[in-house]
Design a binder for this molecule. Structure first.
Ligand SMILES: [Zn+2]
Ligand SMILES: [Zn+2]
Length: 427
């Protein structure tokens, strides 16, 4: 295939140590084997452990791997169901999770009611116990979080163009206008409701935003606002409160003494399993909601644009590299850019699209599939999201985001970019 000159420039292709397949190498990316997935994940550091500890570590690793595979199987099962148009799997799981949450609420109420009754009608020693229980009940109270506007927040008055765009996208997916928009340094975006008044907060990572084209930015907003209308029960108060109460029980129960160990091991184990079960049940409805949000993203842009936006999520590690390199560049000594590198960080991030070789793209897609096995993964693996979007026909009505408005939004974000560059160079 290659000319002799090219063969001299490049290192000769190596063979996979695992299955002897010929490996394609590119020094910008890790070498891995698509045939047997050798080195798909960068090698873990080898820690020297004593034999007994090692066998325990191996046992734990095997158990974790088995758990990961089970989660992955469930994630794929849900994908298959949704792919063939069956959404009832997610609904059944949600009903079970809601019932479980109801049980937790009943226990919390029983603890509160019981301790109040003891406090009123009990003997003195019982009242002391009741006071302790009541204190514990306070720990189990619902928590809604609080909004603490900081440097990352953009007020409506500061960013009229950005809010106007956000409002249009929100209206297009049927969500209420957002209360707060913030831009941070992550390669991610999220949407949530906080506080007793359930104010909505849209968080967008400026690095992610910078790799996207304007239509893809609209798609991203469509996905995030989609969270307000996609029936994601994980975000509801009923489940959230139950989950945080269970977690509180689980953390408070600390069998650190032999005797307490005997008494508390069972409740500790039970709360741990209940938490797991709750997560497992909500992962289905949560992931179904994510797919639904992707569909809304396609609705406000187009299927192609929404898929490109999802593809851009694979660029996270590349963006990380760009940020690291920017920090290590020599700083300018004088001029308007004194103290900064002579490079345009944001243009470099914007140029990342198309930087992946097909093999590296494949590696990151497969990694996303592996990570789907992690219990805390909130989103379905990117490759399944891209696949599901391709398999559905979506009635798209692109939300306009023209050049003048793009310039307006960019101007509003400029102080944020400045600030983030400074932070990056300081850190
Ligand atoms: Zn191999
Ligand atoms: Zn999402």
């Amino acid at each position: 295939m290659s000319t002799p000159a090219a063969a001299l420039d490049r290192p000769s292709p190596s063979a996979c140590p695992n299955c002897a397949a010929v490996l394609e190498t590119d020094d910008r990316f890790p070498v891995w084997c698509p045939a047997c997935e050798w080195n798909l994940q960068a090698a873990q550091p080898v820690v020297e452990l004593m034999a007994r500890k090692r066998s325990r570590a191996e046992r734990e690793a095997r158990r974790a791997e088995a758990g990961r595979r089970r989660t992955q199987a469930r994630v794929e099962e849900l994908f298959d169901a949704l792919h063939s148009g069956d959404g009832t799997v997610a609904d059944r799981s949600w009903l079970l999770a809601a019932a479980l949450a109801g049980l937790v609420h009943l226990i919390t109420l029983a603890v509160l009611g019981g301790s109040l009754a003891l406090l009123l009608f009990g003997t003195w020693p019982l009242r002391v116990v009741a006071a302790c229980l009541l204190g514990f009940g306070v720990l189990l109270r619902p928590r809604f979080g609080r909004i603490r506007p900081d440097r990352t927040f953009l007020a409506r008055s500061e960013a009229p163009a950005l809010y106007a765009l956000a409002d249009r996208v929100a209206a297009a997916v049927g969500a209420r206008p957002v209360d707060h928009i913030r831009f941070d340094e992550r390669y991610n975006a999220s949407f949530g409701r906080v506080g007793l008044r359930r104010r909505s907060v849209l968080s967008v990572g400026l690095p992610l935003w910078s790799t996207l084209t304007p239509p893809q930015q609209v798609a991203l907003l469509g996905h995030e606002f989609g969270h307000d209308v996609n029936g994601d029960h994980r975000r509801g108060i009923w489940l959230n409160w139950a989950r945080s109460a269970l977690l509180e029980w689980h953390l408070v129960i600390q069998p650190n003494h032999f005797l307490s160990h005997l008494l508390l091991a069972v409740p500790k184990w039970l709360t741990g399993r209940l938490l797991e079960l709750m997560d497992r049940l909500t992962v289905r409805s949560g992931q179904a909601a994510e797919y639904r949000a992707d569909e809304l993203a396609a609705q406000v842009s187009s299927t192609v644009t929404a898929r490109q936006m999802l593809e851009a999520l694979l660029l996270g590690p590349s963006a990380e590299t760009v940020l690291l390199r920017y920090r290590s560049l020599p700083r300018q000594r004088s001029g308007p850019g004194a103290g900064r590198p002579d490079a345009d960080l944001w243009a470099e991030l914007g140029g990342l699209v198309g930087s992946l070789t097909p093999l590296e793209r494949e590696r990151r897609l497969r990694l996303s599939a592996r990570e789907a096995g992690a219990v805390d993964s909130t989103h379905p693996p990117t490759h399944l999201r891209i696949k599901l979007l391709g398999g559905r026909s979506v009635d798209s009505h692109p939300v306009p985001f023209g050049p003048a408005e793009q310039d307006g939004v960019e101007a509003e974000l400029a102080p944020h970019r400045e600030w983030m560059e400074r932070e990056l160079l300081l850190g």
